[in-house]
Design a protein around this ligand. Structure first.
Ligand SMILES: [Mg+2]
Length: 286
């Protein structure tokens, strides 16, 4: 592909988006083709995940995925430039988002909401400086409980972004309490500005609830085909409501012999917005 239009930035979720760790099968050629695309000098890759950097390192080894150029970790609350295997934290981002918690940290917020029905604190390794994370029942009464949490925090002058996802594989809900200014979308937008990248040549990819912010905003996005029917419906509704329905593509499969799940869906989505990208991987077989 010629470079005059600038570099492509692919911002992808990991679990069940790039990583084939769900119940659907993965097309054999999908990850080799993604690796070829990511290796091209005009292509940059950011992993945008709930994982922190040590767990991203583990996924790189376990699933043989490329070392990214950037990591947006902890559901958008941490941003790293990646040099070699060194993670360089972008402290400006964390300072900027931390303001909406009014100087309080996760444990202080936990004290305010710990007794709310159905909240089970996640393991210490899954907590972050600006990320307080819980398990919830799969069938948790979300509208009522989220409103209750919101009310308690607002009462204390804390502006939070409450992000809920279903981990269908584990059969559990995941709730992340983040600073109001933090989401996967706002982190991607900050990264685009920081690096002087071209938003029109950026494509975000995801599969579940905590990806919806970045999939249903003004940036080109793809929902991979293994997403559940509920997530598909939520994504379509949110994209319509935000005024950007044509910035959300839902992978369908039957694309260059691939099924649209996981990295096959990422390739399909990137090609939907940037058709020439296909030339960077089309001759790679499994
Ligand atoms: Mg995911």
């Amino acid at each position: 592909m010629s470079a005059p239009d600038g570099a492509i930035l692919i911002c992808t979720d990991l679990d069940r988006t790039l990583l084939p760790n769900g119940s659907q099968p993965e097309s054999a050629s999908a990850r080799p083709r993604f690796r070829a695309l990511a290796a091209h000098p005009d292509v940059r890759v950011a992993y945008v995940t709930g994982r922190h950097h040590a767990l991203v390192d583990r996924a790189i080894e376990e699933f043989d995925i490329p070392v990214p150029d950037y990591l947006i970790g902890d559901v958008g609350t941490s941003i790293y430039r990646v040099q070699g295997r060194t993670w360089l934290p972008q402290h400006d981002w964390q300072q900027q988002i931390a303001a909406s918690w009014g100087g309080r940290d996760g444990p202080a917020l936990h004290q305010l909401i710990a007794d709310i029905d159905g909240l089970l604190l996640q393991e210490p390794a899954k907590q972050g400086p600006c990320k307080l994370s819980y398990y919830t029942p799969e069938d948790w009464d979300r509208p009522v409980r989220l409103a209750e949490i919101e009310a308690r925090l607002v009462h204390e002058g804390i502006a939070a972004n409450l992000v809920w996802s279903l981990d269908e594989h584990a059969g559990t809900g995941l709730l992340d309490v983040l600073p109001a200014a933090a989401s996967k979308l706002t982190a991607v937008q900050w990264l685009i500005r920081l690096e002087g990248l071209d938003a029109d040549h950026t494509v975000c990819a995801g599969d579940s609830g905590n990806d919806l912010a970045m999939l249903t905003g003004p940036i080109n996005a793809v929902l991979v085909a293994n997403a559940t029917a509920d997530v598909r419906a939520d994504a379509a509704g949110l994209a319509e409501a935000s005024g950007y329905p044509d910035r959300l593509y839902q992978a369908k499969g039957d694309f260059h012999g691939m099924n649209g799940c996981y990295s096959a869906g990422i390739l399909e989505g990137v090609a939907h917005y940037l058709p020439n990208s296909v030339t960077l991987w089309a001759d790679v077989d499994a």
